[in-house]
Design a protein around this ligand. Structure first.
Ligand SMILES: [Fe+2]
Ligand SMILES: [Fe+2]
Length: 193
């Protein structure tokens, strides 16, 4: 279960496939950022033993995805390049509280929802890509299980630090915020755009 409150617009995948190289470049950056989020949490919270191994494994897995997407960029002849940040992540992180009592919980739940949205979109892309680039479609399909698992792992980590009820209530608030961003966003050639 991905805990997403809004489904992606059904026309999104077709528009994304029309901008496939930009989407693929954006996806590469997202995998790198996902690894960075996990590593940042490791550095920020060395005092929480329960976070260390799961986040180290998650960071490794995201870096492997980054390498996988780099290989597909190279195969399609798309050079890796710097990219301006998309609007989604900034808007989503705006709901995260920065005080010490809540920062970790909100960061874990925002990360959980980013994983969930990535999983949903990669699935939509995999279906739409089948006739266009079957190799990439298969690669995207191979990522779905790990992104869904990452979603669940971030929720479990949140529950190691807070009660299940606290996590449930805050997850619902952040999921509603995420859904409002997705519903209100015009199309950008981004995985979360
Ligand atoms: Fe990933
Ligand atoms: Fe992930």
């Amino acid at each position: 279960m991905l805990h997403l409150e809004a489904a992606t617009d059904p026309g999104w995948a077709e528009r994304a496939v029309a901008h496939l190289d930009e989407i693929l470049l954006d996806h590469a950056h997202l995998e790198k950022k996902a690894a960075g989020t996990a590593v940042t949490l490791l550095f920020r919270h060395p005092e929480i033993a329960a976070l260390q191994q799961p986040l180290a494994a998650l960071a490794r897995e995201e870096l492997a995805h980054f390498e996988g997407v780099l290989a597909h960029l190279a195969r399609r002849g798309v050079p890796f390049a710097r990219q301006k940040p998309g609007r989604y992540a900034g808007r989503l992180h705006a709901i995260a509280r920065s005080d010490p009592a809540h920062q970790l919980l909100d960061t874990l739940l925002v990360a959980a929802l980013i994983e969930a949205r990535s999983c949903e979109r990669l699935g939509l892309l995999a279906d739409a890509l089948e006739p266009v680039d079957a190799e990439l479609a298969a690669y995207y399909r191979s990522l779905l299980a790990s992104e869904a698992r990452h979603h669940g792992e971030y929720l479990q980590l949140a529950e190691t630090c807070h009660s299940a009820e606290t996590v449930r209530v805050r997850l619902a608030e952040i999921a509603a915020h995420e859904a409002s961003i997705v519903r209100g966003a015009g199309f950008e050639p981004r995985l979360h755009g």
